[in-house]
Design a protein around this ligand. Structure first.
Ligand code: SF4
Ligand code: SF4
Length: 444
């Protein structure tokens, strides 16, 4: 099928960055050592500077939007935003990449086979938009994981024949009980300092329910009431990063309206990738002023749970001993996109007995990046090995992180390296365990 020239044109649509964003890049190269794909390949076009030049070339019609090299580079980029965090010119790289991906998706759409379109519609359109479907799929996966079917399938070798064994190994272990938003209200003992709206997530509510439960308890220990309104939804990050911007906007509108109705003081999120998307909702609505204002007001209330707990603090004597050696993995969308680096470390430092061992390159992407490890498995596995090597160098008992994608990728990498004895946990789980230990300690 021939693509109409207009649909190939790179940046003629409303969700487009202003042209001067391109000229902000002064080609200094300071971003190159922070870029995971550049440090792995040492190829200019696999780094931020090269990719910005490619995007500019497409926007000026010097390069075809669907040229294989351009499509590859837009896909190989992890959208980790490490380049943004160090750029002295303040180049908002994510505001270039995401429209470029959206344009590619639109231009490729008529070329997709019916089964590709169906797969995409099911994954992005159904699972993430209708979380009842997500929960139904999770129940099927849970049956597969717990019933012995998984062992049977592994024994047949069929996954290897279909080339699906790596994807299967990356699937999260489904939680014993789901954390479904149903309008729950969790009251803290005494007079609350604030009321927090907890974003329960999409995959989070079925595969990381224990993270949400720990978040509720730790916020309670800090004196905060927690509500979990039923009318919230997926944050839209998966849709936005996959180039499905209109779907991402609809999901954003749902969460904005849910928070406005709730009357809560703060919108808490415990997954870095989702938090980054929630804080950038204002950028999705450049052509819809009313929604842009509402989105900007909403985003001003969003806090990552580690950021918020570090801000408000805990009463004296909250924490009990937890004698564990821990290394902390900076999730890209926490460290680079939200610039939250010190708060999780400060929280861990409050736990008596916990030894924090910093690993090398803790803020270099682990290769997870949403569904990157499924669509770019080769690069994802190189970055995973690099990360695991750094973890093993400091030999901790626990890798702490604040993002489910990192947790899955590092868990999988540790298992591949026969390091199953090292646990991977969210920072709030460690805080929660320490608080529970306190209740077991003798009082003076
Ligand atoms: S650091 Fe910023 S200005 Fe320098 S090359 Fe990278 S993107 Fe361009
Ligand atoms: S977002 Fe990450 S992978 Fe992409 S160019 Fe920037 S540093 Fe490199």
């Amino acid at each position: 099928m021939v693509i109409e020239p207009e649909s190939r044109r790179g940046f003629a649509l409303p969700d487009v960055p202003p042209p001067d964003v391109f000229d902000q890049c002064v080609r200094c190269g300071l971003c190159l050592p922070t870029c995971p794909t550049y440090v792995e390949t040492l190829v200019e076009t696999s780094g931020p500077r090269g990719r910005i030049a490619l995007i500019k070339a497409v926007s000026e019609d010097r390069l075809d939007l669907l040229s294989p090299g351009f499509v590859h580079q837009m896909s190989e980029c992890l959208d980790c935003r490490a380049c943004e965090a160090v750029c002295p010119s303040g180049v908002a790289y994510g505001r270039l990449l995401e429209p470029a991906r959206t344009q590619i998706v639109r231009a490729q759409s008529p070329l997709r086979s019916w089964h590709e379109r169906l797969g995409r519609a099911l994954l992005i359109g159904a699972l993430f938009e209708h979380l009842g479907w997500m929960r139904a799929a999770a129940r099927v996966l849970k049956f597969y994981q717990r019933s012995g079917l998984r062992a049977l399938v592994a024994w047949t070798g069929i996954l290897r024949l279909l080339g699906l064994q790596d994807v299967e190994a990356l699937a999260p272990r489904i939680s014993d009980r789901f954390f479904t938003p149903r309008g729950q209200e969790f009251k803290t003992a005494g007079r609350p300092r604030a009321t927090a709206f907890l974003h329960a997530g999409c995959v989070m509510q079925v595969a990381f329910a224990e993270w949400n439960e720990a978040t509720v308890r730790v916020l309670g220990a800090a004196g905060v009431d927690v509500i979990v309104p039923a009318d919230q939804g997926c944050c839209g990050a998966i849709s936005i990063h996959a180039g499905e911007m209109p779907r991402g906007r609809e999901l954003a509108k749902r969460n904005i309206a849910a928070f406005e109705r709730s009357g809560a003081d703060v919108y808490i999120i415990n997954a870095a990738g989702c938090g980054s998307a929630l804080k950038e909702y204002g950028e999705l609505f450049g052509d819809q002023p009313e929604w842009q204002n509402r989105a900007t007001a909403f985003s001003a209330h969003v806090r990552d749970v580690t950021e918020y707990l570090d801000e408000i603090g805990f009463p004296a004597g909250t924490f009990g001993r937890l004698e564990r050696s821990v290394t902390y993995q900076d999730a890209c969308h926490l460290a680079h996109a939200q610039r939250i680096v010190a708060p999780p470390r400060r929280l861990l430092a409050q736990i008596p007995g916990l030894a924090l061992r910093e690993m090398d390159e803790s803020s270099l992407c682990c290769g997870s990046a949403g569904i990157y490890n499924v669509i770019q498995p080769a690069m994802a596995q190189r970055l995973q090995r690099r990360k695991v090597d750094h973890v093993l160098e400091v030999a901790p008992e626990i890798v702490a992180t604040a993002n489910p994608g990192c947790a899955l990728q590092i868990r999988n990498g540790l298992d591949r390296a026969n390091a199953g004895h090292i646990a991977v946990r969210h920072v709030v789980e460690l805080l929660d365990e320490s608080i529970r230990n306190r209740s077991l300690e003798p009082r003076p």
